[in-house]
Every structure is written in C-alpha cells, then in structure tokens.
Design a protein around this ligand. Structure first.
Ligand code: SAM
Ligand code: DTB
Ligand code: SF4
Length: 347
C-alpha cells in the first residue's frame, strides 16, 4: 500500500471511530467519554490532533479579559477570591466607567487581541445604571472591531435580548464541574440555574461560552460527566473554556493540590474530540504549565487562550511571552497582527 492509501484508510478509521461519516455528534455517553479520557496518552494526542486538523485550521484565538467589577459577590463558589465567603486579600472595586473599560479594550486590540471579555462579580445581572453601562461597553467594544464577551452571572430573557441588540458576541457562564460533584463546590445556586442561564443566552441568539474547571478534587468520572453535558448540547457551545484551579489563598480550595499537566492535556484532547468545531480555550492555570505542556495542548486542539497579564484577580503570562510561544509553535494567531501568516497544513 502506498502512503496516500495508508493515510486515507487511517482517516476513514478515525472518522468512523468518532464521527460516524464525519458528522458532529450530540449523543456521547459516559462510557465512551471515559474511554477517550483514559486512552493511552500517545494515542489520545494523535486522535485529537487528527480531529482538529480535519475540522479546523491551526489558529489560536486571543481573548483578553478584564474585571469590570471585582469582589463582593454573594455566591459561595469555593474556588473564587471574589466571593464574600472567601477571606482572600484581593482588591475589591466598584464598576469601572465605560470610558476606562474601552481604553483597556483598545490596548488589548493593539496587542493583538481579537475578543474582549468583561467580567462582573455578580450573582446575577440587575437592571439599572450598571447594566446600561454594560450595554454601552458591549457597543463600544464592537465598534472597535473586536468580539465582545460578558460574564456576569445569571440573566433574564429581556436582559439577554438587550445584550444581543447591543451586539454581544458571546456570554460566558460555566458549569464548572459535574452535576454530581457540584454540591461540594457551590451551594448558593443550583446546577439547573446554570443550565437555564445558558439556555436564555442561546435563545437570544448570543454565542455560548461554557466550560469548567479541573483540579477541584473531582475524579475522572466527574470530568467525563461535565464533558457529557457540554457535548450533548445542540449546538455545542461555540467556546469551551477549560480552566485548571488557581488555588487562591483565603478561598476554601486554597490547599487543593495542583493537577499534573497531563490531566490538562487529556481534558483538552477529549473536549476537542467530542466537540470538533468549538473553540477549546486553554484558560486559567497556564502559569502552572510549562511552555512544552501548553504546546501539547495546542497540538491536541486548544485553539484559544486568555491573552494579557491578568485574568480576573490573578496573573497570566505576558502578551510578549505568549506571542513568542505562538510564533515558536508556528500556529496562526491574529491575521491582522504582526508576521503570523504561515499556514499549517490541515487534513
Ligand atoms: N460571576 C460570574 C459567574 O460566576 O458566571 C462571572 C465570573 S466567574 C469568575 C467565571 C468563571 O471563572 C467561573 O465560573 C470559573 O469557572 C472560573 N474561575 C473563577 N475562579 C477561578 C479559579 N480560582 N481557578 C480557575 N477558574 C476559576
Ligand atoms: C473562564 O472560564 N475563566 C476566566 C473567564 N472564564 C471569566 C476566569 C478565570 C479566573 C481565574 C481566577 C482569577 O483570576 O480570579
Ligand atoms: Fe461570584 Fe462568579 Fe466568583 Fe462565583 S465565580 S463567587 S458567581 S464572581
């Protein structure tokens, strides 16, 4: 058999294994997902890379994050420094003004970011001046020619519609973990509240950004269960952030042991196989990953990162370090930015 024939037969095998005649699936079950998560790493990486090359270009979306309103949140998410239940020493501050936020967005754009994500430490959005300012911020970010994302807790159908009218590209609301493990992490709102919020975002025609965190003390079955819910959403969330816990002093999870980077690679690779076209975002926790571990995540299909020195209350690699990393890997990033126009072959 010549090389071309071998490749075609390998491609057919892989497509049959995961995508039944190349269709995207929304019916993954726990056993299948656990089997993928537990595949020998070397095979898992090859399979994820295969799916990624089939469905996507090797291009990484750069999303900058800015905390518009920090601290004082009534929820008790046990990983979060912004909860009133945590004793972390973060600097709380009232909501930034529209102009200051747009200045940050402009700087992020100049550094090469394509999406600007704005965070509010709220349980839910309430109508009034802060919400009106949020709408102005969304409009302003869109006028800069960037994608706009908001994460601000639960919302009503009317608020979702107003955000859509303002031009919001995506709304981030994570499931965080499995429904089974959830009660160990948060008790002030239910898993169903989260699912309802995501449905409202979807119904308003806004893209869904929904993922979770690993390293909360959950087991493999919990990770599979989270991935099952995400990959059974139809359509799949357009973005799936995979965070690894940043154990912040003063939070209930401050003592949680750091996860092995291989766990992150497995989670990213599995998410890529299950949701072939979604943006799988390598999110919080990158400072604990070596450059090499991040490169393996890109190879397995991570195609977005949070880009900029800060996440919400913790630090993130610098713009410069990330640009160097992406250039060294040889993936595309922002087509309008610098000399990043090499193309990596797809299948
Ligand atoms: N209050 C809003 C909410 O909960 O949807 C928005 C902000 S909240 C900080 C967004 C997400 O960031 C959380 O759902 C969680 O997945 C992630 N996150 C927060 N703190 C984290 C930490 N210490 N380590 C990893 N991920 C974290
Ligand atoms: C997401 O999934 N991760 C981001 C964003 N969405 C809002 C937040 C990460 C926060 C990490 C801890 C901190 O900086 O406070
Ligand atoms: Fe509040 Fe969001 Fe932090 Fe939970 S994760 S405490 S909802 S800011």
């Amino acid at each position: 058999m010549n090389l071309a024939k071998i490749l075609t037969s390998l491609q057919t095998k892989m497509i049959n294994k995961y995508n039944k005649s190349s269709e995207i699936r929304f019916d993954w079950n726990i056993e299948e997902i656990l089997e993928i998560l537990n595949t020998p790493l070397i095979d898992l990486m090859w399979e994820a890379q295969f799916i990624h090359r089939k469905f996507n270009q090797y291009k990484v979306q750069l999303a900058s994050l800015f905390s518009v309103k920090t601290g004082g949140c009534e929820e008790n998410c046990s990983y979060c420094s912004q909860s009133i239940y945590s004793s972390s020493q973060i600097k709380s501050h009232p909501q930034f003004e529209v102009e200051a936020v747009l200045k940050r967005a402009k700087t992020a754009k100049e550094e090469g970011a394509e999406r600007f994500c704005m965070g509010w430490a709220w349980r839910e959005i309430r109508d009034g001046k802060p919400f009106n300012s949020m709408l102005e911020m969304v409009k302003g970010v869109r006028e800069l020619g960037m994608e706009a994302c908001v994460t601000a807790g639960m919302l009503t159908d009317e608020q979702a519609m107003k955000l859509a009218e303002a031009g919001l590209t995506a709304y981030n609301h994570n499931l965080d973990t499995s429904p089974e493990y959830y009660k160990n992490i948060i008790t002030t709102r239910t898993y169903q509240d989260r699912l309802d919020t995501i449905k409202r975002v979807r119904n308003a025609g806004i893209n869904v950004c929904c993922g979770g965190i690993i390293g909360l003390g959950e087991n493999k079955a919990d990770r599979a269960s989270l991935l099952k819910i995400l990959s059974n959403m139809n359509p799949h969330p357009e973005s799936v952030p995979i965070n690894s816990l940043v154990a912040i002093e003063g939070t209930a999870l401050e003592e949680e042991k750091e996860i092995d980077s291989i766990e992150m690679i497995r989670m990213i690779a599995t998410a890529r196989i299950l949701m072939p076209k979604s943006k799988i975002r390598l999110s919080a926790g990158r400072e604990n990953l070596t450059r090499e571990a991040q490169i393996l995540c890109f190879q397995c299909g991570a195609n977005s990162i949070f880009y900029g020195d800060e996440l919400l209350t913790t630090s993130n690699p610098s713009f410069q370090d990330d640009r160097k990393l992406l250039r060294d890997v040889g993936v595309l990033f922002n087509k309008d930015f610098e000399s990043c126009n090499k193309t990596v072959s797809t299948l």
